[in-house]
Structure formats: C-alpha cells, structure tokens
Design a protein around this ligand. Sequence first.
Ligand SMILES: *[C@@H]1O[C@H](CO)[C@@H](O)[C@H](O)[C@H]1NC(C)=O
Ligand SMILES: *[C@@H]1O[C@H](CO)[C@@H](O)[C@H](O)[C@H]1NC(C)=O
Ligand SMILES: *[C@@H]1O[C@H](CO)[C@@H](O)[C@H](O)[C@H]1NC(C)=O
Ligand SMILES: *[C@@H]1O[C@H](CO)[C@@H](O)[C@H](O)[C@H]1NC(C)=O
Ligand SMILES: *[C@@H]1O[C@H](CO)[C@@H](O)[C@H](O)[C@H]1NC(C)=O
Ligand SMILES: *[C@@H]1O[C@H](CO)[C@@H](O)[C@H](O)[C@H]1NC(C)=O
Ligand SMILES: *[C@@H]1O[C@H](CO)[C@@H](O)[C@H](O)[C@H]1NC(C)=O
Ligand SMILES: *[C@@H]1O[C@H](CO)[C@@H](O)[C@H](O)[C@H]1NC(C)=O
Ligand SMILES: *[C@@H]1O[C@H](CO)[C@@H](O)[C@H](O)[C@H]1NC(C)=O
Ligand SMILES: *[C@@H]1O[C@H](CO)[C@@H](O)[C@H](O)[C@H]1NC(C)=O
Length: 632
Amino acid sequence: MKLFSISFLCATFSAALQISVESSGGNSSIFQYGLMLEDLNYGGEGGLYAELIQNRAFQGSSFYPRSLVAWTPINGSVLSLQNLSQPLSSALPTSMNVATGIGNGIVGFANSGYWGIDVKAQKYTGSFYVKGSYTGAFTVSLQSNLTNEAFASTQINSNSTPNQWVQHEFTLTPEKDAPNVNNTFAITFESSDVQGGSLDFNLISLFPPTWNNRPNGLRPDLVQALSDLKPKFLRFPGGSDIEGLVQGQEWKWNETIGPLKDRPGRPNCWGYEETGGLGLIELLLLTVDLDLDPILAVEDGHWLNNEVASQADLESHINSTLDQLEFITGATSTPYGALRASLGYSSPWKIKYIEIGNEDNIYGGLPSYISYRFQAYYDSIGSKYPDITVMASTVELVLPAKAVGDYHQYSNPDGLVGQFNYFDQNGTKNTALNGEIAAKFANGLTWGDTAQIFPWWIGAVSEAVFYLGMERNGDKIIGSAYAPLFQNMNSWSWSPDLLQFTADPGDTVRSTSWHVIQLFASYEITHTLPQTESFGPLYYVSGLNQNTGTHIFKAAVYNSTGDYPVSVTFDGVEKGTSATLTYLVANDPYAYNAAGQPEVVQTKNSQIIASEDGEFAFTLPNLSVAVLETGH
Ligand SMILES: *[C@@H]1O[C@H](CO)[C@@H](O)[C@H](O)[C@H]1NC(C)=O
Ligand SMILES: *[C@@H]1O[C@H](CO)[C@@H](O)[C@H](O)[C@H]1NC(C)=O
Ligand SMILES: *[C@@H]1O[C@H](CO)[C@@H](O)[C@H](O)[C@H]1NC(C)=O
Ligand SMILES: *[C@@H]1O[C@H](CO)[C@@H](O)[C@H](O)[C@H]1NC(C)=O
Ligand SMILES: *[C@@H]1O[C@H](CO)[C@@H](O)[C@H](O)[C@H]1NC(C)=O
Ligand SMILES: *[C@@H]1O[C@H](CO)[C@@H](O)[C@H](O)[C@H]1NC(C)=O
Ligand SMILES: *[C@@H]1O[C@H](CO)[C@@H](O)[C@H](O)[C@H]1NC(C)=O
Ligand SMILES: *[C@@H]1O[C@H](CO)[C@@H](O)[C@H](O)[C@H]1NC(C)=O
Ligand SMILES: *[C@@H]1O[C@H](CO)[C@@H](O)[C@H](O)[C@H]1NC(C)=O
Ligand SMILES: *[C@@H]1O[C@H](CO)[C@@H](O)[C@H](O)[C@H]1NC(C)=O
C-alpha cells in the first residue's frame, strides 16, 4: 500500500467509515426472508383466495350469524335463509330460498363480491347448487352495478329437481374489461317455469383465472407480489387465528380439506367467518408453487380468552396434530395418507418445521406451555417424526437443544434500531425464527397508541436495521417474516401491512417495507465474514454468497446528519474489481405507498470499481437501505 494514496484518501474521505472485511472466519448463515400468512383484514378470503362471491354458502356461527350479506334480490324476488330438512351437506346446513314473488317474468339475485368484482376479458369458472322444480334455463352474468351493462352472460339448462341438490357448472368470458369493479354476479330465471313458487340455492362460486391455474386457487396479482419478494419459507395458517377466540374455534385442519361442500367454515379471531375454502391443501400448494419451506403452525390447546387445555384434555389436540402430519407427509398406506391420496394428492409433502401454537407467552398461555403443553407436543412429534424440527411459539422458556424459538418484534423505528444488537447482546441459546416483525408505531408511540396505517419509509429503514442485526447472527436466526401480509382497503382491523389491495388488481400496492425486504432477499449471504464494527448511524453486515462466489455488504443508514461516506474493502478482492451498489431512498421519512400515487421508494444503481487499495468508496443518504455486491 502506497503512503501517498492513504493521505490522498484521508483528505478526500476524511469522514468515511473504513470497513475492512476479512476473508476467513465468520459463520455459515441459514438466515432467510419468508412469509407469515394468516387470514385477517380479509386478506385470505376476500384477498389471496380468488373466490369472487362473498358469503357463498351462508356460513356463520354464534359469533358471526348467518346472513344474506352481499346478496340482493332482482326483480322483486324474495330472498330468505332456510335450514332445509335436506340440506346440501351437514357442513352447509343453511341455504338461500329465492321466492319468485308476485311478478311473472325474470327474477333472481345478485352478489356484490368482496366490495366489487374485477371483470376482465378472461375466463371465469363457476358453479352453484339448486334444489326445486324448474324447467327453464338459468342466466348467469357479470354486470355493471352502475349501468346494468352485462359484460358476460350465459344460459345453463336447468337439471334441477325438488328431491335433491344439483350442481350446475358454467363459464363466463367477457369480451372486454369493465371500467371499474362496481360489478355484480347475477343468476336469473324465468319465474313462470318454477313450480312451487321458489328455488333453493347454495354454494354459489365464481373464480377468475388463478395462479398456476389451480382450481379453488389464489389471486394472481397478490401471489405475484409474494413471489417477487423472493421468499424462502411460509409460516401458516397463523398467527392468533389458529388459536381461536374460545375453545372449539381453533383452526381445525380436517375441516378445511376435501370438497367445498364439506367445509363448514369457522369464526376466525379477526371479526369474520372463514368459509374453509383457503384450506390446508391450498396453502401447501402455495408452498409448492413458490418453492417455500413450510413452517406449519398448529393449535395447541390455547385460546385467546386465556383458556388452556388441561393436561388430560391435551391428548386429543396432539392426536389431531399427529393426524395432520400423517395427512401431509404419510405414505398412502396410512389412514390419513390414504385420505390425502383420495383427494388427488398421492405424493406426500415435506414439512421442515412445525410450530407449536402462537405467542403462547401471552393470553395466559405461558405457565401451562412451560409445564406441560410444549413438551408433550415436542415428545409426541419427535418420536414419530424425528426429521421435523419443532418450533416453540415464544422464547420465554428453556427449550430442548434441538427445538427452535420464535421471537416477534413490533415496535417503533427508534425501538427497532435500538434492538440492532438484540441477538449480539442477549444471544440466543436455541436457534430461532423471527416469525413476525413490523415497525408498527411512529417514534414516541407504543402499544395502546394509534398504529401506522401503512408501512412508511423511516419504519421500513428501521426494519432494515433490525434485519441486519439478524443477518449478522445468521448462524442462529433462521429467518424473518413481516406481519401481517395483507390489508384489504375495504375492511381491515390491523395495520400496517405489507401489501394493500382492493377487488381491483390495479389498486395493489407494494409497500415501502416490501421494497426493503425485496432488496435484502435478492442478495443472500450464505456465510458471514468478520468486519470492522462501529455501528450507528450506519448498520451493516458483510459476507459471501458461496453459490455465486460474490462478496455482499448490506447496510442501512438511520439518523445521520447528512450523506454518510462509506469505504469497504474485502480482503482478497483486488483493485479494479467492479461491484454493483443498489440503494433505496425516499424523499420524506413519512412517505408511504398508496394506490394511484407515484412510487415513493427510489432505487439507485451504480457500478463502483475498487481503487488501488481495493477500496469501494461511496456515500449513502440519511435513511437509506443498501446492498453492495462484487462482480461474479
Ligand atoms: C460467528 O458466530 C459467533 C458465535 O455465535 C460470533 O461470536 C461471531 O461474532 C460470529 N461471526 C460473524 C462474522 O458473524
Ligand atoms: C340454521 O342452522 C344453523 C346451524 O345449526 C343455526 O345456527 C341457525 O340459527 C339456523 N337458521 C335458521 C334460519 O333456522
Ligand atoms: C326484470 O324483468 C324484466 C321483465 O321480465 C326483464 O326484462 C329484465 O331484464 C329483468 N331484470 C333483470 C336485472 O334481469
Ligand atoms: C364502486 O366500488 C368502490 C369499491 O367498492 C366503491 O368505493 C365506490 O363507492 C363504488 N362506486 C359507486 C358509484 O358505487
Ligand atoms: C351496488 O350498488 C348498491 C346500491 O348502491 C351498493 O349497496 C352495492 O355495494 C354496490 N355493489 C357493488 C359491487 O358496487
Ligand atoms: C390419541 O391417540 C392414541 C394413539 O392412537 C390413542 O391411544 C388415544 O386414545 C388417543 N387419545 C384421544 C384423547 O383421542
Ligand atoms: C376435526 O378434528 C377435530 C379435532 O380432532 C374434531 O373435533 C372434529 O370433529 C373433526 N371434524 C370432522 C368434520 O371430522
Ligand atoms: C434518532 O435521533 C433522535 C433525535 O435526535 C433521537 O431522539 C433518537 O434516539 C435517535 N434514534 C436512534 C435509534 O439513534
Ligand atoms: C436484551 O434482552 C432484554 C430483556 O428481554 C431487553 O430488555 C434488551 O433490550 C435486550 N437487549 C437489546 C440490545 O435489545
Ligand atoms: C435523518 O433522518 C432523521 C429521521 O427523519 C431526522 O431526524 C434527521 O434530522 C435526518 N438528518 C438529516 C440531516 O436530514
């Protein structure tokens, strides 16, 4: 190294933080970015689940009574809920009676979807069950709710009889896109061809094209937003929702499989009834389609009203989990493996992690979790499925060496940045997941105060700082997932959320926090390297991607008094080597993304060449998130 060049650099970059990254030492990293999926904010049903008909089978409970929500009569018909002596199925006891009313002519009913229906020039697939005597044809259509213009309409000859429920299937292919989502789906029929004055309907379903064209599948634009994030795991189906508000309302995997008519649905803990349509298999297929490791969360006899299962009662819950594992992973010679095969899935799926409950450290769960619930699950699963890693839903207990913990972190930006060192200082005895994280409150605010409605830039930068702290401990922290994923802008109860949407795919918003994860997840460090450490206002991690043979430096700047100069050298990386610097920045710390507004996150790319001394020199603005990767 030439002396004059050091003095030259000192003059030019007197304030630059000099970070040298060693070429050996460090740890291999298992850290991954992933997804946490739970049905809240109408983000599952009404969102990711592509079903367009709201209240399709008149499901309900004592918590959310059965109703005619989303249904309206056409031309004077009279709609009512009835429990017929011969229901469609025991799971769906309630159906809609459509009386023709006093008029003759065309009558029927319409559904307004989940706050509208997206009508495009594409193929829609639907079906409905009807019972009663009708000799004419049914007309199904997608029509404007504002102008009554029909975008698509088709006739289906009736096969109905008064003695049984008969399914009618159809497709609809509009010739053009509707100008907005103020559309309804309608079924009409000729009242003079009805004997007995009425017909009964149930399980009325309509799907647009789905991701990978899966039947009963998922909404493509929302899956695309998940896929583009480059996630590596999926924690599902909850979250608090697996627990249920009271005993009996926990997520029951066995009631979310098989034909839709056999899925009773359940009251979820977020203010609405789930149909059961977005079930276990649908979620496993998402892991297949996006190549995600499943982190299967199971209820563990803990309810949100502070109730827990006694030691004696716990066995039936554990048995249900073992049955579920056999259903997912078992050979077709086992009873539940055979059930899976009978549903069309003869090949088993693999489960890498199973998480026992959700946040058992709160709502009165901890004493029994510590004294018997966790250990009982751990032992039963371990003896039958030794290859599945068992995860606890908290870290507030002493875990067996092979078990994994789960931290959740909701805070404000200063709070998340202040915990950059959390895993360095406190260590983590067991390997752990950070299954939920978000900057939820503005600085100075906390639980009990108003939460942010949308992820905002300073919050996203603070999340980046916390991710860096986890990546630095990637030998122990297996991954992180933002939570919650979805916010249906027409009805939500928890914010902020990673993605916003309405019935109109044109409204789907990828938040500031989404952009930060997307950047970091795009550059995977498989091995951390020792580095010069002096943190704040620059936070960083250095390492290798051994698959691509590149060096990676990830950083975030929080609270700097101006542009922050950085100089990075990687031992063994020679002068003249080219690196790509990508950083994200926004004009305003409080900026957030919203439908119809310009993207607030700016992505800056540049090539940087290592100097004589192998130094990559650059500056990062206050509140920015960056990745530097050397050329291959
Ligand atoms: C590697 O792991 C050890 C033990 O967890 C830790 O002390 C050390 O700082 C880590 N090194 C790097 C470069 O992350
Ligand atoms: C229909 O049956 C359900 C489930 O048993 C019950 O909750 C509901 O009150 C009944 N509705 C009517 C209209 O009888
Ligand atoms: C209502 O009935 C009239 C007369 O039968 C018919 O022309 C009209 O299309 C019907 N309206 C709808 C929305 O089907
Ligand atoms: C159209 O639908 C949107 C979304 O549900 C709603 O906000 C808007 O008020 C509707 N407009 C009219 C004119 O009904
Ligand atoms: C259709 O219009 C009615 C009456 O204005 C309204 O209540 C309903 O939400 C609308 N549905 C859609 C899908 O726009
Ligand atoms: C749980 O399963 C075991 C083994 O099949 C069985 O012996 C036991 O009776 C079951 N317990 C309950 C409560 O169902
Ligand atoms: C599903 O499993 C739960 C728990 O084992 C049980 O209570 C329930 O009856 C089962 N449901 C059906 C439809 O078999
Ligand atoms: C950021 O700066 C503000 C204002 O000086 C200070 O209150 C806060 O503690 C700083 N936060 C961090 C994480 O350094
Ligand atoms: C270490 O853990 C304690 C107790 O949970 C916590 O108060 C502290 O903030 C943690 N340290 C850091 C650096 O986050
Ligand atoms: C950097 O951003 C923080 C958070 O908004 C702010 O408090 C601070 O004043 C900023 N510094 C400069 C020089 O803009």
